[in-house]
Each structure stands twice: as C-alpha cells, then as structure tokens.
Design a protein around this ligand. Structure first.
Ligand code: ADP
Ligand code: ADP
Length: 232
C-alpha cells in the first residue's frame, strides 16, 4: 500500500544542511497498523509527512496505492491526497467552526452537495460517538473529543490510509486508550491502513501489527511488534 524507496531528506542548504532521513526503505501493507517509534529528532515526523508529500524527498521515491507521489502534478496530487487522511497531536481543528462543519470541511472543499454531506457527517458523528455534540465548538470539547472530531474529519473523504502524527501524545492514558480502541475499530471496519508515529512504546504495543524503530534518520529495527520488543 505504501512504499518508500531509498529516501533521503535534507533540510536547508550549503553548510546549513540537516539530513533528517537517509537510505530509508519501508513497505507497509494494506490493512495493517504500522507504528514508527523513536526519540525526538529521529526523523519520525519527516517520515510520516513524506507519505502524503507534505514534505518532498530530496531523493528516492514514495508510492501510495501503486502511484509514485513524487511524479504527480498539482491536481493529480490533490486527488491522490484524498486517499490519505491525517490526524495530529494538537488536533488542528477550525476553532470558529462547529464539530459538524469541521467534519464536513473536506467535503465542502470538493463541493459535495448538502444532502451527501449531511449523510456522511451524521454517519461519522455516530462512528466517533459525538452525535450529541455536533453543534459545539472545539473549545467546548475535551482533548479526547477533539481528537474524535479529527478522526471523523480525516475519514470524510473515505481514505485508504490514515496517518497519525503523535495523535495521542497530548492525551491522558485513559483517553489515549479510548482513541487507540477507536482506531483499531476503524482499521477493522474499513480495512484502513494506519501509519502512526509515536515516542510511546505503549501505543505501539497496544494496537500495532508491525513496528519500525527509527534512529538518527534510519530504520534500525523492523518487524512484528512481538519480535522487535520481546527480544532477550
Ligand atoms: P521527530 O519527528 O522524530 O522528532 P523530525 O522529523 O521532526 O524528527 O526531525 C528530524 C531532523 O530534521 C531533526 O534534526 C530536525 O531538527 C530536522 N528538521 C525537521 N524539520 C526541519 C525543518 N523544517 N528545517 C530544518 N530542519 C528540520
Ligand atoms: P540519542 O542519540 O537520542 O541519545 P540513543 O543512542 O540513546 O539516542 O538511542 C535512542 C533509542 O534509539 C534507543 O533507546 C533505542 O530505542 C533506539 N535504538 C538505537 N539504536 C538501536 C539499535 N541498534 N537497535 C534498536 N533500537 C535502537
């Protein structure tokens, strides 16, 4: 589903270059929950942002659903990005829009008719358990509820991939577990491929099928979670 081939990512130019990733290869299968763990500065955020080309690799190739992302023009890239939802550590909701309109936002962008928007938003509100909060504003919600809105918004375009950028790092342990359970339910219900980055081992061991350990811009370990973490 996702393939990164011989990726290098440099930030800056000349003497100021920081190499965030180098010689990185990664292959993620359809329907799996794949975790990337590593310390701050290891390159996790760069890695996940390469998948939807929020960052462009300095060299190497990014394939999603068989399509080489680096070769697309602007409108092709927009279309391809609709297959890839994303959620964030700080939720990134529109503060002046209601829960309903936050979820509807990706559909409004492509001028979906109101009836379809309404149907989809109601289905998603139910999925994430926020049916009774649709007219609230983000400031009236708890952190866990905000992330549920983020998840519903990310699913509005029926993506095949969900990218989770430290999605539970701002939440308490109990709320983290409820969000992880929701992600697992969604993975099973839609056979959605989920890629998550985290610095928390607990997140990986709770829901991931496979994990990669990233260190100083390269993958140092990769495999099924039980194999990578239960080594003597
Ligand atoms: P992580 O998500 O694991 O904390 P990042 O991908 O954010 O790691 O960062 C990897 C490396 O790239 C770090 O050395 C970081 O300082 C550097 N880096 C990240 N983004 C930028 C940027 N926009 N400009 C310059 N350097 C950056
Ligand atoms: P830092 O440069 O951030 O101090 P460390 O050398 O302490 O990094 O290593 C950071 C983490 O990266 C380790 O705790 C481990 O999780 C992971 N790591 C580093 N090297 C390896 C390795 N060879 N195999 C597995 N994990 C590794």
């Amino acid at each position: 589903m996702i393939e990164l081939k011989n990726i290098r990512k440099d930030y800056g130019q000349g003497k100021q270059v920081t190499t965030a990733l180098s010689g990185l290869d990664l292959s993620i299968n359809k329907g799996e929950i794949f975790g990337v763990i590593g310390h701050s500065g290891a390159g996790k955020s760069t890695l996940i942002r390469l998948i939807n080309l929020l960052e462009r690799p300095t060299s190497g190739e990014v394939y999603v659903d068989g399509i080489n992302m680096t070769k697309l023009n602007k409108s092709q890239l927009q279309a391809q990005r609709r297959k890839i939802g994303m959620i964030f550590q700080h939720f990134n909701l529109l503060s002046s829009a209601t829960v309903y309109e936050n979820i509807a936002f990706p559909l409004r962008l492509v001028k979906t008719d109101n009836k379809k928007v309404d149907q989809k938003v109601k289905e998603l509100l139910e999925l994430v358990g926020l049916t009774n909060h649709s007219n609230k504003y983000p400031s009236q919600l708890s952190g866990g509820q905000k992330q549920r809105v983020g998840i519903a918004r990310a699913l509005a375009s029926d993506p095949q991939v969900l990218l989770c950028d430290e999605a539970t790092s701002a939440l308490d342990p109990q709320t983290t577990n409820s969000i992880l359970k929701l992600l697992l339910d969604i993975n099973q219900k839609y056979n959605l491929t989920i890629v998550l980055i985290t610095h928390e081992m607990h997140v990986i061991s709770t829901i991931c099928d496979r994990v990669a350990v990233i260190h100083q811009g390269g993958i140092v370990e990769e495999g099924p979670v039980a194999e990578v973490f239960l080594k003597p």
